[in-house]
Unconditional design. Structure first.
Length: 362
């Protein structure tokens, strides 16, 4: 039975050679029962340490971890109904694929007929039916990782913890496996917690994304909300590909109201709209939210440096007149080449304004 998970001011300190390092810094969080929740963030932000505390492989320095109403903070891993799949694949080399997937069930005394049924189901979803009687050494890396996932899923855990299970796979295998993991999740009554530093995986698979920064919660929200309403410059830059353009602007008060003045453009704020920060702010504009041409309220010019064509759309990497890097994603720039000057525009409603401390102010 899937369970909800609650972290209440969970802290993990590591002490090495007299130094104390705070890996997870008073993290409080609710993970809904049966959800697919992804922890994402740059290397060292505390994702794996948090996952290991959910597994019972690390004990928090302070705070509590609960599954439903039960405080599991000090429960050892074997007393939690949790399965975990790691980045490095751990299969038993002397057992067939079928035996590997069914091993966890066997040691829990599940009869062979039921074991086989569950193995066959998982193998069908993961598309490894033809490999079931093979040995691990005969499989590709992607197939081996599917076997490891199958072994975790068939145990029908309350909580399934996945730590970067796709990081060693190529792009095509990753995108196939993303779909298969979601299919398995839909078929089973399991709460999945997934760790990755890849924001594409986080955005495509999850019901909710937990973005960490230096052991602290930066933002938790469903993917679309995180994309559209980042609470800070850090979140806006981490989520989205290519990264959000961020431009330094002066805040100038004039007769017609307040304007944000950046390199080569001036954005007038509508009457009644003001930014709390005086002096300077940073304006964030997603490359996808720029119009080529002059339809938007604010126009600016981009000196084109590199154009990447992605099929239906292109990514233009360029700079504003003061050298600020600035990218544009559009299906209307097919013929842009390095050296061109591209006129683009945007509306205030599609932009973010960040104050001096990096928090979103508008
Ligand atoms: P990555 O994406 O690189 O795996 P992460 O976000 O999963 O990173 P963690 O592995 O949780 O990060 O590590 C968080 C911080 O805690 C890092 O600074 C790391 O060096 C430190 N850390 C993790 N485990 C230990 C340990 N056993 N002893 C000392 N420091 C540790």
């Amino acid at each position: 039975m899937a369970t909800s998970i609650h972290l209440d001011t969970v802290r993990k300190e590591f002490r090495t050679l007299g130094n104390t390092h705070v890996a997870v810094d008073d993290l409080s969080l609710d993970i809904p029962e049966g959800s697919f929740t992804t922890f994402v963030g740059p290397s060292g932000c505390g994702k794996t340490t948090t996952l290991r505390m959910l597994a019972g492989l690390e004990t928090p320095t302070s705070g509590t971890v609960s599954f439903g109403d039960e405080d599991v903070t000090d429960l050892p891993p074997q007393e939690r109904n949790v399965s975990m799949v790691f980045q490095s694949i751990a299969l038993y080399p002397h057992m067939s694929v079928r035996e590997n997937i069914g091993y966890g069930l066997k040691i829990h005394g599940v009869p062979k007929a039921e074991r086989d049924e569950r193995i066959d189901e998982a193998a069908a979803v993961l598309q490894i039916e033809a490999q079931l009687e093979k040995m691990p050494a005969e499989l590709s890396g992607g197939q081996q990782q599917r076997v490891a996932l199958g072994g975790a899923f068939v145990q029908d855990p309350d909580v399934l913890l996945l730590d970067e299970p796709m990081s060693d796979l190529d792009a095509k295998l990753k995108s196939d496996l993303r779909v298969e993991i979601q299919r398995l999740h839909q078929e089973l009554d399991t709460t999945v917690v997934y760790v990755t530093h890849d924001q594409t995986e986080a955005m495509t698979m999850s019901d909710q994304v937990v973005l960490l920064r230096d052991g602290e919660l930066a933002q938790v929200d469903p993917p679309k909300r995180l994309f559209d309403y980042p609470n800070s410059e850090y979140v806006a830059q981490f989520i989205g590909m290519p990264s959000t353009n961020v431009v330094d602007c002066a805040v100038e008060a004039g007769d017609g109201g307040t304007a944000l003045v950046g390199p080569g453009f001036e954005l007038s704020l509508p009457a009644g709209v003001d930014v709390p920060a005086a002096g300077r702010v940073r304006l964030g504009i997603r490359p996808q939210y720029l119009d080529v041409g002059s339809e938007g309220a604010c126009r600016l010019s981009v000196d084109v440096e590199v154009v990447e064509t992605l099929g239906t759309e292109s990514v233009v990497h360029g700079r504003l007149e003061d050298g600020t890097p600035f990218d544009v994603v559009s299906d209307a720039v097919d013929d842009a080449v390095a050296g061109d000057r591209l006129d683009v525009s945007f509306d205030l409603a599609d932009a973010f304004v960040f104050g001096e401390d990096g928090a979103t102010v508008l």
